[in-house]
Design a protein around this ligand. Structure first.
Ligand SMILES: Cc1cc2nc3c(=O)[nH]c(=O)nc-3n(C[C@H](O)[C@H](O)[C@H](O)COP(=O)(O)O)c2cc1C
Length: 362
């Protein structure tokens, strides 16, 4: 029988339990993405709360590309020192921390008009209606290099690994998507071509950080709309990523968008559930590939999580909103208080003055 509180490994990274704080943009940095005391405290509290692995909020790899306010930056070397302080703080509490790297793209309404936003093709993002600039080959190379340079900084800052954000309709996801990607060059058309951008980013990141440094990828299971990327395509992408050496894959969806209204329904033949929204998708992928699969979305009951662990090949469980409500949730569960999370999934945690639980932590 597998246990939630047992030591396991993602690549070379040892973890004390199977709980992960899923990447959560806190909206608490300075205007230029630098650390604040409040942010250090948030991470220290999570580490003291026994989270096995913390994924930072998505960090922008290029200075001019900041899709949201208050995001952590990783766009130049000035960040290395302050993140060394962050990683030391987390390690002192025997927790691990990786940084999530992102190029947001058109899924934004922040600072429009002041900057060029890249996209695979000129197709508005469904939710924001923001239109991007179809990228040239040299712009593609520029972004790939941005990811590679950011991963170098992540390693130098003492993080335990890096996660490439390939989900949630951000730029990488849009390249994968036949809805957003209408290109006629080697980056568009067939799935092989649409995944080229992600694979090239991975390859450059891997070349930069070396074989032993954990590299994870977060991927959308399905786009949940007609004409979007399908789950069958995601399955193929996961196999390719495994073959190339990715250490683990986190299977997500765009739960704040279309998928939210689909809880309890099926799409691509699989069910979006109340407990563990994307569980069925993660389960199938965990049977397809040998590297660890992380499920995220709507996990709330430790008894059910334990059951998932022992009835599927899913090995890790990532949690976001419940840890905003209860940063010590994992410690509470570990110490025997197995009540469900307090979080009611209202998603009112995004505010102009920082992202936090506005219901229980006023
Ligand atoms: C305030 C907030 C910020 C988030 N920021 C990120 C992020 O930076 N990167 C990311 O991949 N997902 C982000 N997410 C999505 C979560 O990681 C997670 O996939 C989603 O909330 C579902 O998990 P949950 O039900 O445990 O909250 C965010 C979610 C919330 C509520």
């Amino acid at each position: 029988m597998k246990k939630l509180f047992e030591e396991t490994k993602i690549g070379t990274m040892s973890l004390k339990n199977r709980f992960i704080r899923s990447a959560t943009w806190e909206n608490k940095t300075t205007e230029t993405g630098h650390m604040t005391n409040e942010l250090y405290e948030i991470y220290e509290t999570l580490a003291k709360g026994e989270v096995g692995l913390i994924v930072t909020g998505y960090a922008n790899i290029l200075k001019e590309e900041q899709p949201n306010p208050g995001m952590m930056g990783i766009y130049n070397d000035t960040f290395i020192k302050e993140y060394q302080k962050l990683t030391t703080l987390v390690h002192n509490s025997d927790s691990k921390i990786i940084m999530q790297l992102a190029y947001g793209g058109t899924k934004t309404t922040f600072n429009l008009g002041e900057r060029v936003i890249y996209a695979p093709s000129e197709v508005c993002e469904i939710g924001t209606k923001t239109l991007g600039k179809a990228m040239t080959k040299s712009e593609i190379n520029y972004v790939i290099d941005g990811f590679a340079q950011a991963s170098r900084r992540v390693k130098e800052a003492g993080f335990d690994g890096v996660e490439i954000h390939g989900g949630h309709s951000y730029l990488i996801n849009q390249f994968l998507s036949p809805y957003y990607n209408k290109r006629e060059d080697e980056y568009g058309g067939s799935l092989e071509n649409r995944m080229r951008f992600l694979l090239e980013i991975y390859k450059e990141v891997r070349n930069t950080v070396g074989e032993a440094f954990p590299v994870l990828v977060k991927l959308t299971a399905s786009e949940f709309f007609e004409g979007g990327m399908t789950f069958d395509e995601t399955r193929i992408i996961c196999k390719e990523l495994e073959e190339m050496g990715v250490d683990a894959i986190e299977i997500t969806g765009n739960i704040h968008g279309k998928a939210k209204s689909m809880v309890g329904q099926s799409f691509d033949g699989h069910q979006i559930q109340k407990e563990g929204y994307f569980l069925e998708y993660g389960k199938v992928i965990s049977e397809d590939i040998g590297i660890p699969v992380i499920t995220v979305g709507g996990l709330s009951d430790i008894n059910k999580i334990e059951e998932i662990l022992n009835t599927t090949n899913i090995q890790y469980f990532a949690i976001s909103r419940p840890l905003l409500t209860e940063p010590h949730l994992i410690k509470r569960w570990k110490e025997g208080d197995r009540r469900e999370v307090k979080c009611i999934r209202c998603s009112k945690c995004r505010t102009d003055h920082g992202n936090y639980c506005t219901v229980f932590n006023k």
